[in-house]
Design a protein around this ligand. Sequence first.
Ligand SMILES: Nc1ncnc2c1ncn2[C@@H]1O[C@H](COP(=O)(O)OP(=O)(O)OP(=O)(O)O)[C@@H](O)[C@H]1O
Ligand SMILES: [Mg+2]
Length: 464
Amino acid sequence: MNVEDVVQWANNSIFDKTGEHLTPLQEAIVTGVWQRQKYPQIAKDYNCSESHVKKEAAKLWEKLREELGEDLNKYNFRSKLEKKHRVSQNSKSGHCLLQVDNINIGGQFIQTIEDTKIRSPNPPESPQNQARSPIIDLTDAPELPYFYDRTSELSTLKQWIVQANTRLITVYGLSGIGKSAIALKLIEQTQTEFDYIIWLSLTNTPTLSTLQTELKQFFGRSPQPALPTIIDYFRSSRCLVILDDVENIFKSSQLAGQYLAGYEDYGKFFKQIATSSHQSCLIILSWEQPREITALEALNLPARTLHLKGLGKESAEILREKGLADEEKWSDLIALYQCHPSWLNIIASTILEFFDGSASRFLTDNNDIYLGDLETILESHLERLSESEKNVSHWLASQDEAVDISQAPADIELSKSEFWQAIQSLARRGLLEKVQVGAGALFLLNPVFQQYIQSKSNPSSIKL
Ligand SMILES: Nc1ncnc2c1ncn2[C@@H]1O[C@H](COP(=O)(O)OP(=O)(O)OP(=O)(O)O)[C@@H](O)[C@H]1O
Ligand SMILES: [Mg+2]
């Protein structure tokens, strides 16, 4: 959504309501606030007093409240508008489509695609380098209310898809870290590369054959004749398939990435996607890496893995959107919760509820990481660990610093091989961080997970 769209949207909204257009100063305020400028800067650029900007801005927010909510202000204007609207670029015509997205992102995408389908009834025949109008089904995708940053991760993923023609991509990381969010953004930014895009969730653990039937039904929506296998569709057209929540087909209480009984054929399917020749891409979103994928990458096949970590400094936008106070303390809060977007959202809600939004009061007297509502999420990660991983996690949680793993510690009843397997598995779940110290690497447990493990061993140690 660019700033011209925003100004146009604000102008139209106000005109519909009052019959008046934005004043030039209001236009400057919308532009400035969208670009995260403060009122003094807007006043300086517009050559007027700050109090004049404030007065005009108050009128502006009042007029837009009906559209964006009663609590609208300069801090949340951008995020509220991004939530309300999605911009879908039609690169073929260069026309920018502003879409209202109040309920379900999937439904909205389908609407756009139905529209483009009419304009381009034979997408698979499109020449290679021409922008396509894909058939898209995002019914299974979650809603994406806000999206910040991820510039470098998006650029890596786009490079893999567009330049390197990578056939199999795994994005793994902790629950709530933003895997689905980044995949939705990626679709928005790469959709014209594809003829078909579909999002399927494995939450209800469909068998591979059910999944393949669903895929064939989707590909069957196009006018081209039905094909016998998924790989045939992957060859004849450029397809993007997102498989979300893939951890559901892996065993719990076992080392990471082992398929449930009856689901082993998924491993073969993934391998076939990486090894067969075709022009499509399958993206796996999961809490843990499938085991065979590392081997495929090691063989230099077109398969890549991205370990998705925290958000970086844009995490502050989450706290801003929540309306937290004491901005000077936000970086401490963000560091404490590892820039993890969901954790920050949850903790910010706690701070609003119990500390009137004061990050500073929350952080005072709080040397431990307060877990609160994060416990349920962390519990679901702990439940999935094998006995050896639990053993190693307890040992790691008792360490004050990053550790050398070249030898199994004496106080753990595991062979060196079992110890290394457990370490590798914890890393494949994104629970272990690697720290480079000089020429060697040391390892430490995610600090929030570490706090959780410590609290399980000593429940009275966690205080608000
Ligand atoms: N880039 C982002 N900008 C803003 N908020 C984000 C971002 N990424 C994630 N979030 C927030 O975190 C929430 C969880 O993100 P998401 O659903 O993508 O996580 P996930 O990794 O897919 O989790 P799960 O594995 O449990 O499905 C989102 O609803 C959103 O509130
Ligand atoms: Mg998800």
